[in-house]
Design a protein around this ligand. Structure first.
Ligand code: ZN
Length: 359
């Protein structure tokens, strides 16, 4: 009975918020710099925010983007965990319910990052009655003094699961990172736009994901990279600066195509171009040959994550991974219960890299 009431309350909230959105009346915002509880924005302002604030654009020098707080000498996970460069900031969070608007003021220990100063809350695009959404799905708290920050990452999408993953993230008010591949169809183009519009980080995994093609040479890698960069730019007006190597930076599959030194050469060239790559330090195991259960995915993720200050969780947004989708609500709830906040990859204190090379 309670679930029934909750479902209908959530539906009412979504309906009211949709009505607000439809009139263009107001979009709730989270403001780090200002104590204002509500700010109104029109569509043009939102578009401006999308282009300028959510992700770095290629014209920015890398020093102004997510790389500014990264200690140059820190190259290991131990150094990652030691490099906690947070500062206290007063944060005001506004939430809306069907009949009231409430304001909660918190003290945040998150790093101060210019493009985090204004974050729109989630667009209410999800169906609260969807079967993959638990009846008790609700926004997780954003802790002033978190145990750590978890970075949920999804590789290889978009796929037919992407809308459902986005709905779950929206229901819990969690931001994640999508390392996408290239698809030109209308659905995939819509997914690129939706990922970006809902405040997630749209990042590059390669266009083809074909090892034998992208790992032929440095030029072949960036020919592929530019192809998906152009596609994402045409859909979102942004060029992602964060990427993930197919197979990760420590992969050995590339050896047989471009030789042992190729990934290093690509990494150095990427750095010259102001690009940053990210691996992971927690694997959900959802790319293994056999189909995982929800319990296996959670077992692979929760324990290894809570031993880290900044877990970067590798997951795959592919049609077969319904267990990953179904594990996601519990994953978010359990990590939140352990005191973790969630953020997108360019906000990590330093990149999560298996291999790191300097010129
Ligand atoms: Zn991949």
């Amino acid at each position: 009975m309670m679930n029934f009431i909750k479902k209908h309350l959530r539906m009412a909230i979504a309906t009211v918020t949709l009505a607000l959105m439809a009139t263009g009346a107001c979009i709730m915002t989270l403001s780090v710099e200002s104590p204002l509880s509500i700010q109104t924005q029109n569509t043009a302002a939102l578009n401006s925010y999308r282009e300028n604030d959510v992700h770095e654009v290629s014209d920015d020098p890398p020093a102004t983007a997510g790389t500014t707080r990264r200690p140059a000498a820190a190259t290991t996970e131990a150094a990652v965990e030691a490099a906690d460069t947070t500062s206290s900031t007063s944060t005001t969070i506004t939430t809306t319910t069907a009949t009231t608007v409430t304001t909660v003021t918190q003290t945040s220990a998150r790093p101060t990052v210019p493009h985090q100063t204004q974050i729109t809350t989630h667009l209410p695009t999800f169906d609260p009655l969807a079967e993959y959404l638990p009846a008790d799905a609700a926004p997780v708290p954003r802790y002033a003094e978190p145990s750590g920050t978890a970075y949920l990452t999804f590789d290889d999408g978009p796929s037919k699961l992407t809308p459902q993953i986005l709905d779950i993230l929206a229901a819990y008010h969690v931001k994640a990172t999508f390392f996408v591949v290239g698809h030109e169809d209308a659905f995939s183009r819509e997914m690129y736009r939706r990922i970006a519009a809902e405040g997630h980080e749209l990042a590059i995994h390669t266009y083809t994901h074909d090892y034998s093609q992208v790992y032929q040479s440095v030029d072949a890698y960036f020919e592929d990279f530019d192809r998906i960069s152009d596609l994402l730019y045409s859909e979102t007006g942004m060029r992602p600066t964060q990427f993930r190597f197919p197979g990760g930076s420590s992969n050995t599959v590339s050896y047989k195509y471009g030789g042992e030194g190729l990934v290093r050469e690509i990494a150095l060239q990427a750095k010259r171009r102001g690009l940053t790559y990210h691996d992971w330090n927690v694997s959900s195991g959802d790319a293994s040959g056999y189909k995982q259960t929800v319990e296996q995915v959670l077992g692979n993720v929760i324990g290894p994550s809570v031993s880290k200050l900044e877990p970067v969780v590798l997951m795959h947004d592919v049609p077969a991974n319904t267990a990953t989708r179904d594990a996601l609500p519990q994953m978010i709830q359990q990590l939140s219960a352990e005191g973790y906040n969630f953020d997108t990859i360019s906000h990590r204190s330093i990149p999560c890299q298996h291999r790191h090379w300097e010129e």
